[in-house]
Design a protein around this ligand. Sequence first.
Ligand code: Z5A
Length: 216
Amino acid sequence: MTRHGRFITLEGIEGAGKSTQVGGMAEYLRLRGMDVITTREPGGTPLAERLRAILLDPANSEMSQTAELLLLFAARADHLERLIRPALAAGCWVICDRFTDATYAYQSGGRGIDQAQIAQLEALVHGDLRPDLTFILDIPPDLGLARARRRRQGETDRFEAETLEFFTTARQVYLQLAQAQPGRYRIIDATVSLEQVQAQIRQSLAELINELEGRA
Ligand code: Z5A
């Protein structure tokens, strides 16, 4: 059977459990015979990781919303060009911890930037490339923030310092995106145990693979 690369993203607010699930997803896909790489945003390439450090640095608390938006898309442009597109072209499955949906959730929902402006940058930076499947790990912000607080070591980053209202609005935007385009998104109940979250994700991955194998 010919294997085609697929682009899978994980989204959700702070502490939803995205980073925790990435490794298990990769392991499952490898067991099913796929070549897999895992990556994250902002970040994923040396340049994008440098931009991530700037974006998260609490010393940059005065950064303007526009500067933040453009830095995110600058990092994404490099990430797409140097890592994501070449991996997909080589037949790899790419699992990315956050992608452009996070920009809609945080920079539009959280910061109030017009979604049309984000859509323009999205069109410029990734053309018609979109994730094949996006998991939204859904959790009430107070529970997500409590988890993140328990895990945190050291200083709070620029986003972690945001208010409960900021994360509540970001969550609402994620749910609206999923409602508008149910084919691409799977909403995962992230309030349950790690194993139960993993089982929900594996079920959807298995369905995607079965669908692809049915088509091959
Ligand atoms: N950002 C943006 O504004 N716009 C954009 O376009 C993009 C990003 C791409 C990246 O920081 C920040 O950039 C992000 C948005 C912004 N900030 N925020 N918020 P990041 O990558 O460091 O932040 P994050 O994605 O929110 O990471 P996180 O706090 O680590 O969340 P997580 O990855 O979803 O959670 P986790 O690390 O997997 O789990 C958190 C803790 O909960 C940990 O101790 C786990 O062991 C525990 N956990 C996980 N799952 C469970 C379950 N099921 N039960 C119990 N405990 C659990």
